[in-house]
Design a protein around this ligand. Structure first.
Ligand code: EPU
Length: 343
């Protein structure tokens, strides 16, 4: 079992969360195959120890020490499984780096994941919050996944339709948190590119870069350039991407707000209107503001940052202050995107 399982007691999680918040886990187990994962699960079930699953730690706030066994699935591997005409089914292990995987699919001549370039995190974590950017989300391209069901201890295959995907949400995040440990994810991609430029910024960036032939590679390059210009690199400045979801409000409330705030950035939905939380936070005066070691990013107000030496409690206090002032100014409730451990 040795090579497939690394077990650390009182493990420092600082470098396992992209916010770089200091905290310790009672135990950390890194497993690199299914047998090792099942072995760990059998022992924790026997000891009735709480379990948390760690991906790339890029959607996580550590509010304090974690009195649990933290399991990090590090199953690796990526492969083309089958081809039917232009449709190609690919699979990646949960431990693969998300961005590296998207770039590998593009190098294989496949289209589908280019808009999701440069999102931090692991393949196994990608369905949990239904990662999305620039007009595409996992729910659009995922075929199915393999997981261990902790209720039964059995391996299960779940089709995308069974994952209850919603905006930054899934079965794994809200309906049955902790029940499934994702080990492999499959995506249905295409050799015939479907170019998605509907998200305003991409089209502008493609024009700015002077790209004439819009290939998946070109779209990925545009997405990478936009992300690098707005979003801090977590290896240089602690952050967890967007800290809040973009709120959806009733049409009547959006209309009222637009009368009072003509610059309101909004997107009509099937039901209600989605507001740009970054705009609300900026208008409430928070963009670029620091509160000790934490702050609101100066190029994208939806991103909270940790410059080092701070704590999860300080970050959550800042989040609460931002939320209170947006509620006060606009009457809109912001919902947090990352999950919180350790409180
Ligand atoms: N805006 C401001 N000020 C700001 C930030 C945004 O006025 O400080 C306004 C701008 O008008 C801008 C609009 O808000 O045009 C939307 O901003 P942006 O394109 O940066 O996207 P977002 O809605 O803030 C969402 C996702 C991001 C994703 C981008 C691109 C959520 C919570 N966030 O951000 O996802 O990369 O769209 O698709 O849905 C993440 O979830 O961690 C994440 C980074």
């Amino acid at each position: 079992m040795a090579a497939e399982l690394t077990f650390i007691e009182n493990a420092d999680l600082t470098r396992f969360n992209t916010l770089g918040l200091p905290a310790r886990a009672r135990f950390l187990a890194k497993v690199s195959n299914e047998a090792a994962l099942l072995h760990v699960l059998r022992s924790v079930t026997a000891q009735r120890m709480p379990v948390e699953i760690l991906g790339g730690g890029s959607n996580l706030v550590l509010a304090g020490n974690v009195p649990a066994l933290v399991i990090q699935p590090c199953l690796m591997g990526r492969q083309v499984l089958s081809t039917h005409g232009d449709a190609v089914l690919v699979e990646a292990g949960a431990g693969e780096n998300w961005h590296a995987f998207t770039q590998w699919t593009i190098a294989q001549g496949l289209s589908g994941l280019e808009n999701l370039s440069l999102i931090p995190g692991s393949v196994g974590a990608s369905p949990v919050q239904n990662i999305g950017a620039y007009g595409v989300e996992i729910a659009d391209v995922m075929h199915s996944l393999t997981a261990i069901d902790r209720l039964t201890g059995a391996r299960v295959e779940l089709a995308a339709a069974a994952c209850a995907f919603a905006y930054r949400d899934s079965l794994f995040k809200s309906r049955a948190p902790g029940r499934y440990i994702i080990t492999k994810v499959r995506f249905l991609l295409s050799r015939k590119p479907t170019i998605r430029l509907d998200y305003g910024d991409i089209r502008r960036e493609i024009e700015r870069l002077g790209i004439v032939q819009v290939t998946p590679r070109a779209v990925a390059n545009a997405v990478i350039a936009i992300r690098q210009s707005k979003l801090p690199d977590p290896t240089k400045l602690g952050n967890a991407g967007s800290f809040f979801k973009n709120p959806v409000v009733p049409v009547t409330q959006a209309d009222e707000l637009r009368l009072r705030f003509p610059g309101l950035v909004s997107y009509p939905q099937t039901v209600g209107v989605k507001l740009a939380a970054g705009w609300l936070i900026e208008q409430a005066g928070w963009k670029g503001r620091n509160q000790g070691a934490v702050g609101v990013h100066d190029r994208q107000a939806l991103v909270l940052i940790h410059r080092g030496g701070g704590s999860g409690a300080q970050l959550l206090q800042l989040a609460a202050d931002v939320r209170a002032s947006v509620l006060d100014k606009f009457g809109v409730v912001l919902e947090q995107e990352p999950v919180i451990w350790g409180r």
